[in-house]
Design a protein. Sequence first.
Length: 607
Amino acid sequence: MCGIIGYTGDKQAAPILLEGLRREAYRGYDSSGMVVFGTSPKLVRAVGKLEELEQKVATLSMDGIFGIGHSRWATHGEVTEVNAHPHADCKSNVFVVHNGIVENYRELRTKLKEKGHAFSSDTDTEILAHLIEHFFEGKLEEAVRKAMRLVRGTYGLLVAAAQDPGKLVAARLSSPLVIAVNGTGGFVASDPAAIITHTKKVVFLEDGEVATVTADGFTVTDLENNVKDKEITELEWSVEEAQKGGRPHFMLKEIEEQPESLQNALRGRLLVEEGKAKLGGLEPFAERLRSTDRLIITAMGTASLAAMVGEYMIEEYAGIPVEVENAAEFRYRKPVIGKNTAFLAISQSGETADTLAALAEAKEKGALTLGLINVIGSTLARQVQAGIYNHAGPEIGVASTKAFTSQVAVLALLALFFGRQRSLSLVQGRRIAEALSALPGLVQKTLESASAVEKVAEKYKDASDFFFIGRKYSYPVALEGALKLKEITYIHAEGYGAGEMKHGPIALIDEKFPTVAVVPSDSVYEKTLSNIQEIKARRGPIIAVASEGNNEIEEIADDVLYIPKTLEMLTPILSVIPLQLLAYYIGVKKGRDVDKPRNLAKSVTVE
Ligand code: AGP
């Protein structure tokens, strides 16, 4: 979603704002802008890629040592320069950039118009500039607090005013904001990656907080001006990590990083001798989890497909009934939650609006709330009672790859944790722990067959439709493979349980309609093989993801991508990798923007 950046200090602001917007570009945007305060405010905005803004900035003398910038992902109002942020008040004194939605903007706009305010855009955000203007009497933070008390909706808001120079005022409700002050100035951003080159010591704002940031320091209050003590978080990320590491795209870097990201997810959490998983974040709730008799897992997109793998794992190895709920649906249903129901929210960004809203619903109904999160200090991380970080490191590519496999690995740890609290034996526990320990090496081995995947990508890159099929643990993998192909290559792809084909989808099969069959040598191999044969009988091309050593599959499939053998429940971590690479290579061959696919955002912070 939108990127926010602000700087105040002793350096020229424009280059710092541009660098910050570049680092936030992966979040998805369609226009951008900035205002720098020199002798007078200089506002520049542009539609399209950041390069458009950079060219405009280069032609103007954007001198000034404080300013704010924004990259917009349109929610209210067309993608136009007039609708791009920053937005100003009537006097070009107060300038705002905003991430979120002002739900009562119509009534606020009516009231402001009655007081003589004139509007130049059809965005909800512009209302905020005029509302703050209405309360401005010289101290910007006071005007912001008064204004935001009238606003309903969500916001990550950054405000600056010509008549209160050198000050950045940030307010947060549901959309993330981070602040920092180092020796050269003060910073506000919607994503730590935007300021990581200036400092790794940051402060995450909570909902309802207002920060006043200057070059010398910051204060944080609530909307009623009660001062809040804030702790400083030392970011784990080095600058290099946020770079591409020499690969052409973040997506390929992150696919190839999976042996390391899995090691990070498992580090210190496997007690192989005891056949147990050590999950420090859950320890304080171990007894409540022992009596958990139902687990609801909620997420969106790829995270919800990891959740589906977790459902099968936890039911098979811990005997707890599990249901996976699409967060956008869960939040509007009347869910039944019992006193021993646990609720697990999975989110890479920890900022997905639907997942956060589903969490709020579960909290309201008294569930024990758990989180499986990648971004440290994210909203979800601070709203659950017990959390597990998957430590996958920054995932910059919009398509979730290493986050997915580390989420599945942590869910295997959770199945082991729950199972050993119940009837899972020491022997079985050790088997799972040993298989998990071996997984990073098997992932590395799987990555070594990337060239075979690239050949398959070359062969099928012009197909206009794909099916992805699988059974049991391979069913969520089939769904994830279809999602990856769709979002990276813009080719139509559908995932199905292999058993579903006869109930309609097979009507579409012909020689131009390839099917990717995820068919490891597992407990449902024979069943899936017969589904593959039904497709073959109708001349449908078959690309099989199969276990090493399975030679018979080569007589049926047109192409075979092999993966090493492991425990059935861990196979998804291996079988997804050829599918990630297939989407990547076809996307590159079709000239797609594989790191920032059209219409998509890395973190969907609005519903
Ligand atoms: C996956 O490739 C997509 N980028 C998207 O489906 C994503 O998984 C979904 O938006 C959930 O994001 P989250 O894990 O940050 O909550």
